[in-house]
Structures are given as structure tokens and as C-alpha cells.
Design a protein around this ligand. Sequence first.
Ligand code: URA
Length: 430
Amino acid sequence: MIARKRDGAVLSEAEIQAFVRGATDGSWADYQLTAMLMAIYLNGMTAEETAAYTRAMMNSGVVADLSQVKGIKVDKHSTGGVGDKVSLPLAAMVVACGVPVPMISGRGLGHSGGTLDKLESIPGFNVNLSLEAYREQVTRIGCALIGQTADLAPSDKKLYALRDVTATVECVPLICGSIMCKKLAEGIDGLVLDVKYGRGAFMKEIDRARELAHGMVEIGREMGKDVRALITAMDQPLGRAVGNAVEVAESIACLKGEGPADLMEVTYALGVEMLLIGGAAKDADAAQAMLEGVVHSGAALNAFRAVIEAQGGNAEVCDDPDGLLPRAAQRVPLQALEAGVVQDVDAMAVALAALKLGAGRARAEDAVDHAVGITDLVKIGETVEKGQPLCVVHANDDDTWAAAEVMLRDAIVVGEGAAKAPPLIVERIG
Ligand code: URA
């Protein structure tokens, strides 16, 4: 099978199943698995092979059965970005509009933050529910925000770890299969993808993001699920906060309708797609009005409160985020050295500064510091006066603060002349 793929043959569904079974039960050695991964990396996979690979990986573990949950169950997945806290307000808004949202998320790694780390900055919040408890909670309140259980797509866990150390991550069919097998194992009917491109994204080029989006939408079609994608820009951070607790605070602001404009825009745009898939609205305008309605009435914030309470967290953070979320020892403004217009805020550089502060993890086994991060970030095109804060650095010690300050000075460029960020939502696929 390895030789056939190496020589450019198209593998049958049975061959792909054998490969994935080999990863799951250990009957293929790591060197054989990685040889196959490299053969796939070099030769690609057809749409049929990719669908077969996704199906085999999804079926390598349990597939949650949410048939008892009434309604069309819709989740969202982002390919990851900087300051991307959208899942938190989005899940609450959509469930407040009556569409169930079963959501299984990941942790941050490298420059990219993770929904679970953000949620765990809420005191008491438990992301480690069993699939049974997850099912019970989605049935009861329409939403659960949990981490991947060991029995969900175990083949992906094995193969992703091997890809990570054998230069075979950046392969569109392998990425599509890896993301989609986990999402489809959640028991969903539909999925909205936020495929990001730009400096702070997994895909730097829009063409690669488009290829990834088409690949995942195609898998959805093959599997009889309604999957749609938005391609969104990730050159500057989303919103004004990067970190964990600070991003929860910004999510709460978003649920009160007070979030930064770019965060509100992406959250609403993804929410519109989710409501359309969920059959809750007849068209995009009606869906947008519903989302704005649940924000203004407080129903969306109440839905977030309900999820926090159901998962053991202190829902009072919704009323007093500043007082109840973890706080860093120091909050230091980074002042503009000159007046001008913000020309650039490099998402990747900001992410690396947040990582330096301790907000993220360089290796999977590292711990994160929930309190640290960056807030009040300026956006491209804004005018600043000399001495005005470009951002506020939340740090727990002087060394990391000093290192982050240097990095942020490079990341945020102030100069003369107007500047404008490129459009945020670039394309809709599916
Ligand atoms: N995220 C995943 O879950 N899998 C990949 O292959 C890449 C990103």
C-alpha cells in the first residue's frame, strides 16, 4: 500500500481503512505510518480518498449520538488565529436563538490560542466532560463546550503527532481529514468553518485557505452534512485582547454588544451561517436581526451564564469580569513614542509576545498562565497621540514584561498617512 501511494496510485477505501486501523491498533509501525503520510504529502489525495480517510478516522473511535437532541445541531470550527475568541460569544448567541451547539474544542499551541484554555480561566469551569455528560448537557440546555475525549478519533491523535515531527502537517487533504473527523464525531448535522489566512493564521496565503475551505466543504457534502466556510483575514489580531482571561472578558463584552467592531462582525457573520443551517432564520438579514436581538435582550449573555453554571464555573464573571477572572500582577500601558496613524499590528508578533508572557504553550505539555496577556490593542488605521497607550501588557513578572514590550514595539507600527486594514470577511464557500 505504501509503495502504491508512493508511485501515485489512488488508494481504495479498504486500503485507507487498513492504514487508519494500523494507526489505531498499533499494527502498523510508526515508520510505516510516516512513510504513508509522506507519500500522501507528496502525491496528495483525491476527494474520494480524502472522504474515505476522514470517515475511517471518524470511525476509529466513538461517534457521539445526539439524535435525542431536538433540532439541527450546528458547530463552528476556526483554523486558528490570534485573539480569536469567537467560539465563546458565538455559541451563546446561536443557542440563545434556538439552535443547539455541541462544541468540542482544542487547546492553544504555538502562536495560536485555544478555546479550552480561555474557558479554563473562568474559575471552576470544567472542560473535561464525558461524552455522556456532554450529551446530557446539550439535551438540557442546548450547548456544551468541552475538550476532546480520548475515545474520539484516536487515529487522528496518533497521526497528527507523527505529522508534527515528520514535516507532514502542511498537506491540505491531511489537514481536512484531521479537522473534519473530529468535528463529525461530535454528532453534528452542520458546521460553519472560519478558515483564516494571513500572517497570524495557519494558512498564510489566501489560495491555500481557499483550497482548505473547499476541501472541508466537499468532505461535508460527501458525508451528508451541511458545511459552509467563511474565509477571513488574520493579519492583525481579532478584537483588542490576546490571552486567556482577557479574551473571556472581551467575549463577555461582545455578548453585551460592546465588543470591538471586527470581533462583532466575524461573530455575527458566522452566527448568520449557523442560524441558516439550523433553520432558525429564512435569510441572512433575518438571522442577523435575531443575533442582534439576543445580544440586546441579554438572552445571549444568559445562555453563556447557563453553560458556565452547567460546567461548574462561576457565572458571576459575566457581571464582574475584572474582579472575578484571574488578574496579572502588573498592567503596564505601552505608550506611543510619536503621534501618527497605526500602519500595522502584526498578529504573529503579538501572538509571540503573548506566548512570551506565558499566555500560550510552546509544547503540548506546557502549562498556560490564564491571567497574562495583552489588551486595549490599537487597530490598523487608528490615530494615536504621543504617549497614548498602544496596548496594555498584563504580566506576572518583570522579565517577561520587558521581553514582551520589545516584541510589541516591533509589532505595532505607527507612521504618517492613512492606513486601512484589508477586508475582514473575504469569501463565503458552500
Ligand atoms: N488542526 C488539526 O486538527 N489538524 C491538522 O492537521 C491541522 C490543524
